[in-house]
Each structure stands twice: as C-alpha cells, then as structure tokens.
Ligand binder design. Structure first.
Ligand SMILES: [Zn+2]
Length: 258
C-alpha cells in the first residue's frame, strides 16, 4: 500500500522472506504515496526471478492518474481477491481525479469484529490515502465539495469496526482546529484530548475506526443541523465546502471575530 519510500519496504521484506508481494496498491499519484512503487517492484521482480519464483507484481492505480507505472487500472467500484483477502477499490475523485480507497476484508474471518485495543489483529480495514484523515479530510486539488461529500458517504457505509489507515497522521492539528469550530460537540472534544495525549507519548494515532470517524471527524458531521446553522448553510455539500475553506485558512469563529 502506497510505498512512498521503497527502501523501508524492501528492507522489511528482506527480514521477512516468507512473504512475497503480488500487488502494490496505490491510492493516488502523489510522490509521497506512489513514489517508491516502480523502484520497489523492479527490485522485487529481479529478486524473485533470480530465485525462480513468479515475477509479475501488479501495481493497482486509479484510471486517470496518468501514471505510466500502473499495471492494473481501476475505476468505479470493484473487487478482486489476493490470497484470502477481498480487496474492494472505491473511486473517490477529489483530492486527485483518480483517487482510490481500498477496503480489505479477511475472507476467513468475515464474522469476526475488529477490537480497537488490538490494532495489529485486522479482520477488515480501509486505506483512505489523502481522502479521509483521522479527524480531517484531504485537500480538494482536483475535485469539488460535492464529490468529497459523496466520498465521505461511501466511507460512512463501511462496517463501523473497520480500521481506518490514512496516508498521514494529522490527527492533533485536525482536532485542534475542529475543537475551535465545534466545541459543543463532546465526542470531538474528548477525541482532541486523546490526540494530545497520544502526541505527548509519541504514539501514532493510526488506525482509528469508521465509528470513531463518524462520531468525531468534523467533515463527517456535515448533516449536523447545529453545525450547518453555525455556517449559515442548509445542505451537506455546502458545509463540506465551508469546512475545507476554513481549514485551509486555519480560520475559526474566534479568529474571524478578531
Ligand atoms: Zn496527495
């Protein structure tokens, strides 16, 4: 998934020789996600060839990302299987035009639920790239607020115990800003205190769960009448647009009044 740095992944694979790579999944074309993919695949294919193993590694990327190194281009919604794992790709255009998120499910343990206190045991998860961050959303470089609203609705539909692995750990900054926008929301405020605690301890906030995001990510609250009223809007996409613009400008209601 998004091998931005080929050396880290390659070195880890050297230490775990029982594992072979058959697919590299790319959420989108940006270098800090996809940059290491061609080099990694080239090195692995050479190693596998020398060892007499199957050598073809698929690089999955969204159609329209204009990256020549993708060998399997996907769009819309579709599934494929890798060993006993079902991979569902969902097109979520906005951050980039061909951005994909990937929902993975362990086919042998479909009825089991993830335990948030055991994030290393994963029965289902979603890789959201730069579309949804813990407590935040990616920038709308190649799309609209309407599109991002639909993308968040897709994530909302996933099982609530799904672990969320996003592309960057921006949780503290996201909750810090959101808490100044919507301090009346107790769940959000307690998540902000949690992010501060994690930051003090130097612990990564990833993964969260779909349930966490629905309850505490302000970009998931576009249907909240109190929040819509604060911004003077009456529909979800308009609130999505306002939130993105305010976040880009680091604007809050306090700073607006200064
Ligand atoms: Zn990006």
């Amino acid at each position: 998934m998004d091998p931005a740095d080929e050396d880290i992944i390659y070195d880890w694979l050297q230490k775990n020789p029982e594992l072979m790579v058959s697919h590299v999944l790319l959420t989108h074309k940006h270098g800090d996600h996809a940059g290491g993919a061609p080099g990694l695949v080239e090195r692995l294919e050479e190693d596998y060839k020398a060892a007499g193993k199957p050598t073809t590694i698929e690089i999955v990327i969204g159609a329209g990302e204009n990256q020549s190194f993708g060998t399997k281009k996907v769009k819309g919604v579709g599934t494929f299987e890798v060993n006993e794992i079902k991979v569902k790709h969902i097109s979520v255009p906005c951050h980039t035009g061909g951005h994909q998120i990937y929902y993975l499910e362990d086919l042998n343990n479909k009825e089991k639920k993830n335990d948030p206190s055991e994030p290393k045991t994963v029965y289902r998860c979603v890789f959201t790239g730069d579309t949804l961050f813990i407590g935040g959303a990616g920038k709308f470089f190649e799309g609209t607020a309407e599109q991002m609203q639909k993308n968040f609705d897709e994530i909302r539909k996933l099982p609530e115990d799904t672990f969320v692995f996003c592309g960057h750990d921006y949780a503290l900054a996201n909750f810090q800003w959101a808490s100044a926008i919507f301090p009346e929301n107790e769940a959000l405020m307690s998540r902000y205190r949690w992010a501060e605690e994690m930051n003090k301890k130097g612990i990564c906030t990833i993964p969260s769960t779909v349930k966490d995001e629905i309850e505490t990510n302000i970009f998931m609250m576009t249907g909240d009448p109190a929040l819509q009223k604060k911004f003077g809007v009456e529909d979800e996409a308009s609130l999505m647009k306002e939130l993105r613009e305010w976040k880009d400008q680091k604007k809050t209601f306090e700073s607006k009044n200064e």
